[in-house]
Design a protein around this ligand. Structure first.
Ligand SMILES: [Zn+2]
Length: 862
């Protein structure tokens, strides 16, 4: 899943959500823009491993073979009325006891089904588990059918306030009474990690594996979606309809799903398999633009793994108020509403990575499932690496490397908060903690290193073997190692031990020497990571030696604390590039000469090399360096062009007309909106006094990209506030994405209370979680600058966010703003300030009564 999680690596007061990738929890939640000094806290929160409980895989006493459900809903009470029939067989040992997970149920009856007759069974039920006394001892040659008649009450789960459940209600009713006119009525489920048992009785463990069919009865106007195929759809003659969904291939119970709502279904195909996109009707015209790469992804993953997509169909649905980023329910992925984008919004960025991530789970996660949450990297590291693979295939190595590098930096940022953790983690406090930047980001980088260590062909052969040997089964990390060992003939314990069963990353320093007399070139590499906590790594990597117009590659094998590698050369190389494939999971401290960096800028092939060179030339304004950077403005990769723009901003450029011409060209013609936006801000910063520049900048207000419009508005506000305010007013009605943020920023700095309506009206238009978090923060800044009556008018909106937003970080954002307003008003002795403080206190009381997220609860106090 791609998630946004309740992970402890968010620093509430300072965090800005920068990226939400996909899957259940992290998927990734958040990276703080300013990282608070939390080392002390991290130490406190990380007791010695021995004090934590070993998290064993669940013992399998029964094998759950098939689940058959018949469900309908009471929207008003937010309950599911269900009948379940489970087909089971003892796993190995004889038994007369069956334990099922069933969270927050009202149980009407539990029976043994024999042909058509039901024999009531005795059971104990504590609200979480049913212990059923069977009528006799069963052996593994027996198959039994257990029948459960029940009502699932997810809302009452929260009322019980179980700390472990937090947001994990499993079954969610959105706008159930239709009171919110701006929100559709929907029902959807979220099973991972162990919440499917909030809506049907099951063995809620990742090492369980079942087929299923679900009969869903709904009001005829609703569309339903579940796993597998829709095998029948029958009107009942009373305004309701019953859909039967059947999945004939086994999967883990946490992957079961339902979504119900008034969706438009846009149809696509892949090799005869239905590929459907369920969106709100408003987004029907954009569904292909949002999801259209899905068939190409199915092609690519099937080919590269030499293992065709295994399932019966592939659907994706966008739901409201989703609790995570996205979730890889088998054949029926759920996405948060930030996937809803118009084709115009898609000009500024799509969610292809998330779509790829969830799809790749259908091999790694759904087809082969982690045996326990301790082994979560077998799901999430792969899905994260699936993003890299897709980007490399579709958009080229530079785009993939850029993404991989960003992910590694997010992992570094998270380490600053959580400390170093094992990847396969048998000791944790809460299974939800596994959904972190280790399991996702770091794991993705480890897999990339594995691929580059053993070679592409071996890596993909190994994955193929792993899938074939473990399909429809639960595995632990060793199965992956064994597959890779079988293919390569190598013992790979060293690789798996240091990366997956240990913690930390490499911290290298590299120095270079050349001996002209002997024509020997030497590289000395030291490993500086704390060896008490982290391994001494073995890292095979490539070294490229550039000499006389040729480049020679050498493979070195770093194994020691300090190690020198010597190469015979024909003369002094122009450049020696250590880790030429940029695979290192860790930091590399290395200083080259200015000439070498300039050479690297001109000759090294990859985006990350060029970034490294630009960083190396930060302090330089030599003509050579500046000329090389100017040339990169024509690079074929947009990321390089943008990075060169950023690097040049701090340089004095002698040929101003060349620079200006290039900027004007990029501002108007670059195919990538983020490059146009960057060029406009650069142009405004350096040349805004000129009439011709101002004409070009104002001309950019006709761009289709919201990103460009936002940058343009900001640029104009730097030299003509009144003009910017009037352009903002004109742009308000049609604004979206970063344009909304830019207008909001402008108003928060310059605007009066006449802009309050813009904020109140815009909030529902911001669907991207990052944008929305930021928007609420800017709204807070704006309100602080207004009088108390305006603040009071803003209160209902903040209250609604604080109480009703599905995503915890949005509730948090609103609560932060409310706190800020209260602190601002408290010392002031006027009636309106007192009213405001009272009103905010009342909202906080409501939040306290309703909030289930532990982190928010901790912040507001019990
Ligand atoms: Zn995932």
């Amino acid at each position: 899943m791609k998630t946004v999680s309740t992970n402890n690596w968010l620093v509430p007061a300072l965090a800005i959500i920068i990226s939400i990738t996909s899957c259940k929890t992290q998927e990734k939640a958040t990276v703080s823009e300013e990282v608070a000094p939390v080392e002390a806290a991290a130490e406190e929160e990380t007791p010695a491993v021995e004090t934590r409980e070993y998290q064993a895989a669940y013992t399998r006493t029964f094998d759950l073979i098939h689940t058959s459900l018949d469900v309908r809903f009471d929207w008003e009470k937010q309950q599911l009325i269900g009948k379940a029939q489970l087909t089971l067989t003892p796993y190995f040992y004889d038994t007369d006891q069956l334990t099922l997970d069933a969270k927050g149920f009202e149980l009407r009856s539990v029976s043994l089904k024999n042909q058509e007759s039901l024999k009531p069974l005795k059971y104990d039920y504590d609200g979480q588990k049913m212990n059923i006394a069977l009528d006799r001892v069963y052996t593994r040659k027996d198959t039994l059918k257990v029948w459960v008649d029940y009502v699932a009450k997810p809302e009452e789960l929260d009322a019980e306030g179980s700390a472990a459940i937090m947001d994990a209600k499993g079954l969610y009713f959105i706008n159930p009474l239709g009171e919110d006119k701006n929100k559709p009525k929907q029902i959807w489920t979220q099973g991972e990690t162990e919440s499917s048992s909030c809506w049907f009785p099951t063995i809620d463990a990742p090492n369980e594996n079942m087929t299923q069919d679900i009969k869903i009865t709904v009001d005829s106007r609703y569309v339903t979606l579940s796993n597998g195929l829709l095998v029948s759809s029958k009107p009942n003659g009373d305004g309701t309809r019953t859909d039967l969904w059947k999945q004939s291939l086994p999967h883990a119970p946490y992957l079961a799903m339902m979504a119900i709502g008034e969706f438009a279904v846009v149809k696509d195909k892949w090799k005869g398999i239905d590929v459907d996109y369920y969106v709100e009707p408003e987004y029907e015209p954009h569904a292909k633009a949002i999801f259209g790469e899905t068939p190409a992804m199915l092609d690519f993953y099937s080919d590269v793994l030499k293992y065709p997509y295994a399932w019966e169909k592939y659907s994706q649905v966008v739901v409201r108020d989703y609790v995570s980023g996205a979730m890889e329910n088998t054949t029926a992925t759920i996405h948060g509403e930030f996937l809803h984008r118009t084709d115009r919004e898609l000009l500024d960025g799509d969610n292809e990575r998330i779509i790829a991530h969830e799809l790749f789970h259908h091999w790694f996660g759904d087809l082969v499932t982690c045996e326990s949450w301790s082994n979560l990297p077998l799901n999430e590291s792969f899905a994260t690496y699936g993003e890299y693979l897709w980007l490399e295939h579709r958009h080229g190595i530079d785009e993939a490397d850029k993404h991989g590098d960003e992910q590694m930096r997010q992992y570094f940022a998270s380490v600053a908060q959580t400390g170093h953790l094992n990847m396969v983690r048998f000791y944790y406090d809460n299974k939800e903690d596994m959904f972190d930047a280790h399991s996702y980001n770091k794991g993705g980088r480890i897999l990339h290193m594995l691929r580059k260590t053993i070679g592409d062909e071996a890596f993909f052969e190994g994955l193929n073997l792993y899938l074939n040997e473990n399909k429809f089964q639960a595995v632990e990390m060793h199965q992956l190692r064994l597959a890779m060992e079988e293919v390569t003939g190598m013992d790979l314990n060293w690789f798996f031990n240091q990366w997956f069963f240990n913690k930390g990353h490499a911290d290298l320093s590299v120095s270079h020497t050349y001996d002209a007399a002997t024509k020997k070139y030497a590289i000395t590499i030291s490993q500086n990571q704390d060896l008490k906590e982290m391994p001494l790594y073995r890292i095979p990597m490539d070294v490229d030696i550039y000499f006389g117009g040729a480049v020679n590659r050498h493979r070195i094998d770093l194994t020691e604390v300090e190690q020198t590698f010597e190469f015979d050369v024909l003369g002094q190389p122009q450049l020696v590039l250590v880790d030429a494939e940029n695979i290192l999971l860790g930091t590399k401290n290395e200083t080259l000469t200015e000439d070498e960096y300039v050479f690297m800028l001109k000759n090294a092939p990859r985006y990350l090399d060029k970034v490294e060179a630009m960083n190396g030339l930060k302090g330089s304004s030599s003509d050579d360096a500046v000329t090389a950077m100017l040339n990169l403005l024509d690079d074929e990769y947009w990321g390089t062009r943008r990075k060169a723009l950023q690097a040049l901003k701090s340089k004095s450029v002698a040929d101003t007309s060349l620079l200006k011409n290039k900027l004007m060209w990029l501002a108007q013609k670059d195919p990538k909106s983020s490059v146009r936006a960057e060029a406009i801000s650069f142009l405004a910063e350096r040349f805004s006094k000129g009439e011709s520049t101002r004409t070009i900048i104002e001309g950019a207000m006709k761009d289709r990209s919201y990103n460009v419009l936002g940058a343009t508005l900001k640029a104009i506000s730097e030299y003509d506030t009144d003009r910017a305010l009037s352009l903002a007013k004109e742009a308000e009605a049609d604004a979206s994405g970063s344009l909304i943020s830019a207008i909001a920023s402008l108003y928060s700095k310059k605007g009066g209370s006449e802009h309050l309506d813009f904020f109140l009206n815009s909030i529902s238009k911001v669907s991207d979680p990052n944008d929305k978090y930021v928007f609420v923060q800017i709204f807070g800044k704006y309100l602080i600058g207004q009088d108390f009556s305006a603040q009071l008018k803003g209160l209902p909106t903040l209250k609604d966010l604080a109480l009703n937003e599905g995503a915890w970080w949005m509730r948090l954002s609103a609560i932060q703003v409310l706190n800020g307003l209260r602190q601002n008003a408290e010392p002031i002795d006027v009636e309106e300030a007192k009213t405001l403080v009272n009103e905010i206190n009342l909202v906080m009381d409501e939040v306290r009564a309703k909030e289930t997220n532990q982190m928010i609860k901790g912040m507001i106090g019990e």
